[in-house]
Design a protein around this ligand. Sequence first.
Ligand code: F6R
Length: 333
Amino acid sequence: MVQVDTNDMRSMVSAFPNLLTEISITPHVWKTCEKLREGRIDGICIIGMGGSSISGLYVQSLLQDSVSIPIINVRETSIPSYIQKDWLVIAVSYSGNTFETIRSLQEALKRKCKSFVITSGGKLHSIKGVNEEVTLPSSYQPRAALPLIFSALLNLVEILTMHRPTDFTNVSEKLSDKVANWEMSEFSPKSMAADLLGYIPVFIGSQHLVPVAYRAKSQINENAKAMAFSSELPEANHNEIESFNSSNLDSVIPVFLRSSYETDSMRKSTDNLMQIYEEEGFPLLKLAIRSDSKIEEMLMFTFYLDLVSIELAELRGVNPLSVDKITKLKSMQ
Ligand code: F6R
């Protein structure tokens, strides 16, 4: 068991590599997956909000090119009408009390869909009719539980779709090594946070780094309590590009997440886009991390940018743990 101070966001984020290996799919859940697989699965619908939804986006982007059924994500109070009884719905809510997730799951149960939940407890834990639950350790902030949720969710979907479940031991070790190198280098999370201070970052990613850019934006929002946005390529080449002009020079900083797995056309168009932004005078940042696989690349970027969000919180003098407004809004529902 990893020792983590769940009252300290830095401690939770620092535990990222270890948390990746914390959850294993029990033989019972594994068997249920195999049984479901023997029957018919028309698609997999992952439901969740905020910090609990991001793992689903990661899983979809990693597996969508190697599965024969759709994997979709729903961040809503209802599910699309085509999701019917032969779909598997996986509801993810760290607290188990998020009303959008509960509503969507209830709708899925009404339609007699097969269902799993991933939660640490709450109402989701006691909803009747769910096929299986993966139980998470309690007291984390949902967004800090990403490594726990992601590893469990990916393994579940891999088993359900006949992929060999990812063993996170290796990547966990590599991440632990990386952090020591980052701290020592000129690209430390602290120095990147200093570069972002005073600007609104726009994290720009393509392919499997689209959800990573979104995660970075969300972590800056929630941990550093700062404005941040994310955008996806090549779509942003057709609209957002026009907004990067001199009127935003003093406020916006584009942060390019560059992948070693970019297709040739993506590499070329992203290089061109960077050139255009540079010519406009933007102080752009380019991040690239050496990795041995797409999943490793996604997790390394995520861990690094999570650390950046903590450093930015510190520079801004805010507590990265609290999410008073989210809590207030939830209490008003
Ligand atoms: C808080 C956080 C939020 C929650 C969201 C949904 O750390 O990241 O984005 O994840 O409000 O709550 P849960 O995850 O409990 O379903």
